[in-house]
Design a protein around this ligand. Structure first.
Ligand code: ZN
Length: 337
């Protein structure tokens, strides 16, 4: 029986519009690549020869972060059409299909706070985002467990705010500080030159893969949020090229790691929104990674004033509208690897 993808390679459009047509199953392309349709928005490719790397590429965990979705959409279609031949095992995930349809970050709940089992804690599997996070975890687990290569997971995003570093990556927490500079060579090829070292276990998708499967995993912020079709794809050319090489070349020769190519940051303060009247001490247009002086007010709310503790303390991911108890802004200080 032929699979619908053998005549219509538009996997993302089918996933969004006709998910019932995407029967889970396998077929082989004429170049020997084995295609496995796992579920709507989840597809796996395996080369004919043995692979050395098992690569998870995820995008659209936030539905309005379109540039990475467009990059992965094109990659999947080119593989399905036989224009590209994978050398590595690859799992491509389009995370939040329902949020893409409404052009929003999420429908009911931020999916990138629901991994490492968080989907089933508290109120449990009460909404589509929680059920989808559980499904994505299961797909990643099966993919890694069936492979024998070096495990990678790049969870691709774009940021809401402008940034002093247009592209940056979050390095999930490593309990023994065993940060690996080798793994930054691919990021440099993606034009990512700023790295934020996470300060503890979280419930993000990339932390799940790093923690559970010891994968080389990053949350990669490739630029700024724009609607579908409005991305200046030239700003993503390096990332697109590097991602293609990662999965289609047997041993991509990334440039050597050089410390001077990177700005490394560690977390200094995690400021939570505790009160309804929480507000930030700076405007919405202040870019991520903007540095403040000691004593500058970063946020305030009833009963608390949050200030920069050191000169050069920078802010990232500010969002005064998060739910009570959630992170409203992180502050950073320069660090080394
Ligand atoms: Zn995002």
């Amino acid at each position: 029986m032929t699979h619908i993808l053998q005549s219509n390679t538009d996997f993302l459009a089918l996933s969004r519009q006709q998910p019932d047509c995407l029967t889970p199953g396998q077929f082989t392309l004429s170049n020997g690549t084995v295609v496995s349709v796992i579920a709507a928005g989840i597809i796996q490719f395996e080369p004919a020869a043995t692979a050395t790397e098992d690569v998870v590429l995820s995008c659209g965990v936030h539905g309005n972060e379109t540039a990475p979705i467009e990059i992965c959409d094109e990659l999947v279609q080119r593989i399905l059409r036989g224009e590209l031949t994978v050398c590595q095992r690859v799992l491509v995930i389009f995370g939040n299909l329902a949020a893409m349809d409404i052009g929003q970050r999420f429908v009911e709940e931020n999916m990138n706070r629901l991994f490492s089992g968080e989907h089933s804690r508290g109120p449990g599997l009460i909404n589509d985002e929680r059920r989808r996070a559980q499904r994505l975890e299961q797909a990643v687990a099966e993919f890694f467990q069936q492979g024998q290569g070096q495990r990678h997971h790049y969870d691709l995003h774009t940021a809401i705010k402008p940034s002093q570093h247009e592209k940056f990556a979050v390095y999930p927490y490593r309990p023994h500080d065993d940060y690996n500079t080798e793994s930054l060579r691919f990021l440099a090829a993606c034009d990512v030159h700023a790295i934020l070292l996470s300060n503890g276990p979280t419930t993000t998708f990339s932390y799940y893969s790093a923690d559970t499967f010891d994968a080389i995993a990053f949350t990669v912020e490739l630029g700024k949020v724009r609607p579908f079709g409005e991305n200046d794809m030239s700003r993503f050319a390096a990332a697109k090229d590097a991602i293609t090489r990662l999965v289609c070349e047997p041993q991509p020769n990334w440039p050597s790691y050089r410390a001077e190519d990177f700005s490394i940051y560690k977390v200094n303060q995690v400021i939570l929104r505790q009160q309804e009247d929480f507000r930030l001490g700076f405007g919405d247009d202040v870019p991520n990674f903007t540095a403040f002086q000691q004593g500058d007010v970063l946020a305030e709310e009833s009963g608390a004033l949050y200030t920069a503790q050191q000169d050069g303390e920078a802010i990232v991911f500010p969002n005064a509208k998060v739910a009570l108890g959630q992170r409203a802004v992180l502050t950073l200080l320069p660090a080394e690897l």
